[in-house]
Ligand binder design. Structure first.
Ligand SMILES: Nc1nc2c(ncn2[C@@H]2O[C@H](COP(=O)(O)OP(=O)(O)O)[C@@H](O)[C@H]2O)c(=O)[nH]1
Ligand SMILES: [Mg+2]
Length: 343
């Protein structure tokens, strides 16, 4: 079995600072590799640990990539440490619950191909999600080998952000691990996102050196509940960690206002200079954004997509807030009824 140290597992002062002396002496920091319905499996300095959960923790609250404290002799997960970053897939609009996908990612490879799959609006969605979570996005354009002019796609992708990393690769026979090495070094954690067929599995296999990865399987049972996720953490020969996230394709945006602004910095920064604080950047007087469109400093298509994404996010965020409010009130009513009965 491979021996890991905390460093090779991605441990850092951020996690260390969350432990008190007693915990430091008795508990074992463990990085979660897979999450099952009733237990989790993780990697630690003392080997692979299979852990059951303490009361009050459900497996829905643990994500692949999490750092937890384990009592190894009892095979128990005691506490989930605060996450550096977390990626969740939309939110259940009717309950306000978030579904965790992965924890403590450093980099998200947003994958698309140098062909008809290339879609700026979709890429911006993923960018908003990554930026909101403070995860570094890298745009990975596959199938460069099947394209006459991959640079044209690279140029288009670069326009979707400021200082955005964009790479065009041949995922099938190119040096994938070599190109992605800057993000896959010791203790660094990465994941791939993108539509079906763009080459995520091909890239993942190239990174892991052909280690068998999970198939795209259904993640929810018929009632939308969280069962075994099929997600897992793989150690890379370059020292990094890949979180395999089958099923992370379609996604709605919700509660990512910060991420949207970060995805469209040229627009969000100017918006602060508009005459009206609630400017829609349509035909309001004193609109700094429209002025920049006139002068050619802002791409009108980017503004259209910015507005559309913002609208979608606002609607979803509002719906979720209402759902949470409803559930809170229902919970209060229910607790009140139980109290009365108990009297
Ligand atoms: N020529 C070429 N084929 C690729 C490349 N990336 C992926 N493919 C092929 O595209 C198909 C879909 O790839 P896959 O990794 O399964 O995509 P996924 O659905 O995103 O996991 C497979 O037949 C791959 O061999 C690439 O960069 N170049
Ligand atoms: Mg796949």
């Amino acid at each position: 079995m491979t021996e890991f140290t905390r460093d090779t597992l991605g441990w850092s002062p951020f996690y260390m600072s969350q432990l008190d002396i007693a915990e430091l002496e008795t508990l074992t920091p463990t990085r979660i590799g897979t999450v099952h319905r009733d237990r989790v499996v993780g990697f630690s300095e003392i080997g692979t640990l299979e852990l059951t959960l303490d009361p009050g923790i459900t497996t829905a609250a643990v994500a692949v990539g999490d750092w937890v404290l384990a009592a190894p002799d009892q095979h128990r997960l005691i506490r989930v440490l605060d996450r550096k970053t977390e990626l969740s897939r939309g939110t259940e609009y009717h309950t306000g619950d978030k579904q965790l996908i992965a924890a403590n990612l450093d980099t998200l490879f947003i994958t698309s191909s140098c062909n008809n799959d290339f879609n700026p609006a979709r890429l911006e969605r993923y960018l908003a999600m990554a930026h909101d979570a403070l995860i570094t996005p890298v745009i990975l354009l596959t199938k460069a080998d099947q394209c006459d002019d991959p640079d044209a796609f690279v140029d288009q992708a670069r326009k979707l952000g400021r200082d955005l990393e964009v790479l065009a690769i041949d995922a099938k026979s190119g040096d994938v691990a070599g190109h992605l090495a800057p993000w896959c070094g010791k203790g660094q954690t990465v994941a791939l996102a993108g539509s079906s067929g763009v080459g995520k599995t091909t890239v993942a296999n190239a990174l892991t050196g052909g280690q068998a990865l999970t198939q795209d399987i259904r993640e929810d049972d018929a009632r939308g509940r969280h069962t075994t996720t099929g997600r897992s953490l793989h150690h890379l020969p370059t020292g990094g960690w890949l979180i395999d996230t089958p099923g992370m394709r379609g996604l709605g945006v919700a509660e990512v206002a910060f991420g949207i602004d970060a995805t469209f910095p040229e627009i969000s920064e100017l918006a602060a200079q508009c005459k009206f604080r609630d400017c829609d950047h349509d035909s309001e007087p004193g609109c700094a954004v429209q002025a920049a469109i006139e002068s050619g400093d802002i791409d009108p298509d980017r503004l259209k997509r910015f507005k559309k994404l913002k609208r979608e996010n606002e609607y979803a965020t509002e719906t979720i807030a209402q759902a949470r409010d409803r559930y809170r009130k229902l919970g209060k009513m229910y607790r009140g009824a139980v109290k009365k009965k108990g009297r």
